[in-house]
Design a protein around this ligand. Structure first.
Ligand code: AMP
Length: 690
């Protein structure tokens, strides 16, 4: 049965999908390890280099004594007694020492019932070696030692280059983990003492000296300083932090000294969260990658079949040595080496590139899909607008009761986290209004709040409440309200025992970047839509201001995912952008769910891609990166596998009549060249601008 494990806590193992009890991250199938990344994990680059050097040096005399080189260049190698046995000895060293890398990995592949490239290479070199030893003992002239030695050397070279490329692309995670200092200056009883970061506890106060790194997430309790947060936000301008402001572990302090109280440690810090996401992204496979894994497997099977067939056919129509050479050449050329790298290399580079550009990719297949998006659905508040409301006007039904209207709204909303509630609380406090005790407080999601004040039932919320209580707006305020609404202002009604007390008009600010983002999205031929719990008027006004194609107003939180489904049923590929808890189901339902940074953890958990900065323009970058990544992957699959259409038949000797057949070493060269092209082509992605 498939087991599931946590990418960050491999000791956690469960029988079904779920969430890691330690960090809350989604569990992944434990078999689903990034193959190419793990393949070389336990092999130190230096040992590899030594094997490569030894094989290279020993191959030189082997080639020098080969009859092909002598014939080709036209010299006669000085003969000495048992020279062929010396060549045998050298080739054996290359085979056992250099070839060990492949044979031990092949053993692992076979044990894991996943024969692949290593199995093919091993099959090729073992066949060549066993045959040559047999030929030598039988006193036959044709041995395959030079082919064997050069093959191993070139393969080692290819792998060594690959290891360098892969370790480079994996460095993003390592770089991030390096950001955290290992020690912190704890302030205890007025004295400072150096402690290990892992010994910090929530509530501890630590000192950050000028230029120092912040060891844990916390709140400034003393001092003022500019902090470079570029690592987490991508924003290079330092941010001023004063008492009460939050600081993030891993960011770099400027010129001031700060005393910070720890709020989060270890696994719970922002940085740990980001690292978890990257680790999760690295194990998540894109669809193209699954396709290329399958292609690699098929190629292996094909190689064995064609190889065996050419061995049989050629040993009948020519001699055994020629037949074995053909088989070895086929096995080598078909090695799905480059294919195994084609997708992971591009993926690794694009994930890093995404992080550099302010977004984190949690699910790679979502990035792959982003290029096909037809419509982007935005949640209005907090995404297109700043979500920081300000009270614009208070209207009371009875004369001079504005402050009473606000006071009730304030008291009932005191415990609410909604941006509208925060604005009301702030305005009331600015006006010095007193809070009245509230009983039976209750949230009405997507509508508002209710509570008992002085034994009276007070409702504060949207127009839905008026309909619910069948309240008609009095003529004298109707006109003012409709005018304010048509200006894009959100209207909140305050109801006391089924009677309308008054209304509060609030104004949210449209993000300047949103306008630009919508324009750029339209330029890419993608449609836009907006979803909001707000009134029809406000939705219409904001949509018009931003040039959004379509809007859905007065949508209840639980209906958001229904709207996504509805668009999908029209045959559209939908991306959803949101930030709140009530966006989570819609984010999951969408083909591509994009959470906007500062939002809630729930939104982050359900999203496929996370915008670290709250900048909707980054969505355009996601689509651009998606297109770039896809075309690079397709190019790489071509470079990795396409050449086999010509190469396999040539290696098998189909064109032997015309004097065209690939030798094993030439096959190895071609195969390695394809790997290098693939690595190089992937690296080009790094230089592209988004
Ligand atoms: P939401 O779906 O959270 O954006 O809410 C939709 C609408 O419900 C808002 O535009 C407000 O009209 C109303 N609303 C939600 N929560 C509150 C609250 N705490 N106080 C007043 N009105 C609210």
């Amino acid at each position: 049965m498939a087991m599931f494990t946590c990418p960050m806590h491999p000791n956690i193992k469960k029988e079904d999908e779920g969430i890691c009890p330690e960090c809350g991250m989604r569990l992944v199938p434990s078999k689903e390890k990034p193959k190419e990344f793990n393949k070389h994990e336990d092999r130190k680059t230096n040992v590899f280099k030594l094997r490569l050097l030894v094989s290279l040096i020993f191959s030189i005399p082997i080639v020098f004594y080969s009859d092909v080189a002598q014939k080709l260049i036209g010299y006669t190698a000085p003969a000495f007694p048992f020279s062929n046995y010396l060549i045998f000895l050298l080739a054996s060293i290359v085979f056992f020492y250099g070839g060990w890398v492949f044979m031990s990995s092949a053993f692992r592949e076979i044990k894991a019932k996943a024969p692949g490239m290593m199995t093919l290479i091993s099959l090729a070199i073992i066949t060549a070696y066993v045959y040559s030893v047999y030929a030598l003992v039988m006193g036959q002239e044709k041995v395959l030692f030079w082919e064997l030695a050069t093959l191993i050397t070139i393969m080692l070279l290819g792998h060594w280059i690959e290891m360098k490329a892969v370790s480079h692309s994996q460095s993003a995670l390592k770089e991030l983990s390096k950001l955290l200092p290992d020690k912190a200056e704890l302030i205890k009883d007025g004295k400072t003492q150096i402690v290990l970061v892992q010994d910090l506890k929530v509530g501890d106060i630590f000192l950050v000296r000028p230029g120092g790194k912040i060891p844990a997430d916390g709140v400034v309790v003393e001092g003022e300083s500019e902090i470079n947060e570029s690592i987490v936000t991508g924003e290079s301008k330092p941010v001023l932090k004063k008492v009460g402001d939050e600081v993030i572990a891993g960011t770099i302090n400027g010129d001031g000294a700060l005393k910070v109280k720890v709020t989060k440690i270890g696994e719970n810090t922002f940085l740990a969260g980001v690292m978890r996401l990257i680790a999760e992204a690295q194990v998540s496979k894109s669809r193209l990658q699954m396709l290329s894994d399958k292609a690699a497997f098929l190629l292996t099977v094909l190689a064995v079949i064609v190889g065996t067939a050419s061995l049989i056919v050629w040993s009948i129509i020519a001699d055994l040595s020629f037949a074995i050479t053909r088989m070895v050449a086929v096995l080598v050329i078909a090695c799905p080496h480059a294919l195994g790298l084609a997708i992971p290399l591009v993926s690794a580079i694009s994930t890093t590139k995404a992080a550099q550009n302010g977004f984190l990719i949690k699910r790679k297949s979502a990035l792959e899909l982003a290029r096909k998006i037809d419509i982007i659905l935005f949640d209005k508040t907090g995404t297109l607008t700043k979500g920081e409301f300000g009270v614009d006007k208070i209207i009371s039904v009875r004369p001079d009761e504005e402050n009473l209207v606000l006071q009730y709204a304030y008291s009932v909303n005191y415990k609410s986290e909604h941006p509208i509630a925060k604005a009301i609380v702030k305005e009331a406090q600015n006006r010095g209004l007193e809070k009245i005790d509230v009983k039976d407080f209750q949230r009405l999601p997507g509508i508002g709040v209710k509570g008992k004040v002085h034994e009276k039932e007070i409702f504060v919320g949207s127009e839905v409440l008026l309909e619910k209580f069948k309240i008609e707006k009095p003529q004298e305020i109707k006109k003012i309200i409709s005018e304010l609404s048509s200006q894009g202002k959100t209207i909140i009604f305050v109801i006391e025992n089924n009677n309308l007390l008054g209304a509060i008009a609030l104004m949210d600010i449209i993000r300047e970047e949103a306008k630009e983002a919508i324009k750029q999205i339209h330029n890419m031929g993608i449609k836009t839509a907006m979803i909001t719990g707000d009134s029809e008027d406000v939705a219409k006004w904001v949509a018009k201001e931003l040039g959004i194609d379509e809007y859905f107003a007065r949508v209840m939180p639980h209906e958001k995912s229904e709207k996504v489904k509805m668009l999908q049923q029209k045959g559209l590929k939908v991306a959803m952008v949101g930030d709140g808890v009530n966006d989570a189901p819609a984010l999951t339902q969408a083909d591509v769910g994009i959470a906007i940074g500062a939002g809630t953890n729930v939104a982050l958990e359900s999203a496929d891609i996370i915008l670290v900065r709250n900048d909707p323009r980054d969505i355009v970058k996601i689509i651009k990166l998606s297109k770039m990544t896809y075309s690079k992957m397709i190019q790489n699959i071509f470079w990795a596998a396409g050449y086999n259409i010509v190469a396999i038949p040539s290696a098998a000797g189909v064109l032997a009549d015309n004097g065209v057949f690939l030798d094993p070493a030439i096959s190895a060269l071609l195969m390695s060249a394809s790997t290098i092209i693939v690595a190089f082509n992937a690296a080009l992605l790094r230089t592209k601008k988004l």
